[in-house]
Structures are given as structure tokens and as C-alpha cells.
Design a protein around this ligand. Sequence first.
Ligand code: ATP
Ligand code: TZE
Ligand code: MG
Length: 313
Amino acid sequence: MTSAVPLRATTARPAMRSATLADDAAAALVAVRERAPLVQCLTNEVTTNLVANALLAIGASPAMAAVPGEAEQLAAVAGGLLVNLGTPGPDQRACVEPTVTTALRAGVPWVLDPVAVGVLSVRTRLAEDLLAARPAVVRGNASEVRALAGLRSSGRGVDALDTVDAAYAAAVRVSRATGGAVAVSGPTDLVVAGDVAVRVEAGDPLLTSVTGAGCALGGLVAAFAAVTDPITAAVGASLALGIAAERARALARGPASFQVALLDELHLLRGEDLEAAGERLTVDSVAARPAGEAVEGAPAGGSTGRHVPGARS
Ligand SMILES: Nc1ncnc2c1ncn2[C@@H]1O[C@H](COP(=O)(O)OP(=O)(O)OP(=O)(O)O)[C@@H](O)[C@H]1O
Ligand SMILES: Cc1ncsc1CCO
Ligand SMILES: [Mg+2]
């Protein structure tokens, strides 16, 4: 992976307030609706359709061009790029490095969704290489983020068995390595960027009964990243999907009707809905974490021996 590209500045903002962050997320949603950013997706074969539909519902313009020779053409003109490693077949493996390099050179923010990293070896090595290209946002579940940080993880296939709290130190470590944001999904989402940690209270357990809710979240993060900074993008996308899910739940009989309603609710979501969500956000400083929640210390589960490029240890 080339590193002869401009590096992204750190995203942390001092003294961030939850109300301000909610306002910024709302403004970003309005901007997505106004600008309809093109989001180039190198995504997986299982959830492509849901990712594309979620992007359309939020107001973005998705395109899934994963053909070698074409993928980088689209990345050069996109507003954002999603790289989701759910089914990393030969075409995607051939595409990914030139596509990410093109995006970086063009100043296009890119999002890494490290599906099943830590469980499966090919994608784990690929993700480790990709971290050196400094994704604006890494969006994964707790087990995936732990694995990316080189910590022992207990994912089962594409699902997390680790808690979001157990991925806190890992998120900090990966954020410091990339200079971008790291978003950990679960019952409460966690977004870390630099020295800022944000918890987002939104969502519904039915999201885990629809394949690709996390993948869709990765796509939404890429759409938001096209119009705002990485931490606002991660928080805004998390709020948008979570609030839409809560509303969809009220209309659903099960996962199938929930998925349909979820797309409707994403489509209906307005800036005011995110503006009113300040109370769902808890912002604190990484440095201010209580003792016992070590950020740099050895993980409870030990290390896999893998290394995050640039990570402090
Ligand atoms: N128990 C829960 N309650 C409420 N929301 C949840 C719960 N678990 C996950 N979510 C939400 O579901 C969405 C997907 O998160 P999840 O952690 O399941 O992603 P994932 O494992 O990457 O999913 P996938 O790989 O299937 O796409 C996020 O918006 C998250 O906030
Ligand atoms: C089930 C599944 N398998 C590979 S990708 C994917 C979608 C959820 O990440
Ligand atoms: Mg996932």
C-alpha cells in the first residue's frame, strides 16, 4: 500500500459538546440530502442491495463498481468510498489497493468495514495492510475492532461476541494509528477519534436480525464523510440508522417488515430528528477515562502478536 499520499489530520475537537455534535450531525444529513454525494462501494456479495438502498434512502448516490480498472475511476470522482471486506473475492482483492490509493490522492474520505477480521485470515491480512492507508473511519463490531488492534477477539463469523466496552482500548489504539475515527457498533455505539469518545444511544435489537445492518451503517458513514469530518460522520450515521430503526420497530412484525420499514424511516428522517438527539450522545475525553479502563495497557485477553501500523504500545 503506497503511503505517498497526503495524510488526514486528526479529527478530535477539544471541549466537544453533545448538543453541538448533534447539530453538526443534523447539518450533515441536510448536506447529504442537498448534495447527493456519489458513494463508491467495494462491498460484499451478501448485503450489496441493502447498502445501496440505505444510501439512496439517506439521499446519497451509491455505485458498486468492483471491476479492476473501473473501481479506481469511480473513486477518483466520488464523494466517499466504502471498503467492506465481507466477501473479499479475487476482483475485490485486485481492486482495493488502487481504489484506496486513488481516493486518498483525490482527497476522497474512505471507510473501512473489517467484516469478520480476526476470524478469517485473508481479510485479516488485507485489513492490516489497509490500515496503513489511514481510513477516515473504521466501522466495525467490537470483535472486529479488537482484532484490528491486534487484541484477541471472539467473533463468530461476521458477528461480535465481545462487548463494545471491551473494544474501547482497541478503538483508541486504531484511531491513534490511522488519525481518523473508529466506530464500534453494538447495543450502544462507541465512536472514538483522537482524544474524544462519544457514546450513541440509538438502535433496536432487530437490526441484528437483518443481515447487513452494520454494512449499511458503513455505507451511511461514507455518505456522511463526504460532507463532514470523520467523527461527525460516524456519529451522524449511527444516530440516523438507530433512530430510523426505533421507528421501524414500531411498524414491524419481524425482520422482513422491519427491513422495509427501516428504509422508509431512513428516507423520512429529517435534520430536526438528529438535532433533537443531543441527549442520546455522551461525549468524554479519552484521557479522562477512569483507572482500570486502560487505553494503552495490555489487553485482558492477551495479544495475537499482530501489529497495528503506527500504533503506540
Ligand atoms: N442489541 C442492540 N440493540 C440496538 N441496536 C443494536 C444492537 N446491536 C447492534 N445494534 C445496531 O445495529 C447496527 C449494526 O451493528 P452490528 O454490531 O450488528 O454490526 P455488524 O456486526 O457489523 O453487522 P453486519 O456485519 O451483519 O452488517 C448498528 O447500528 C448498531 O447500533
Ligand atoms: C453474512 C455475511 N457473510 C459475509 S458478509 C455477510 C454480511 C454481514 O456482514
Ligand atoms: Mg459487519
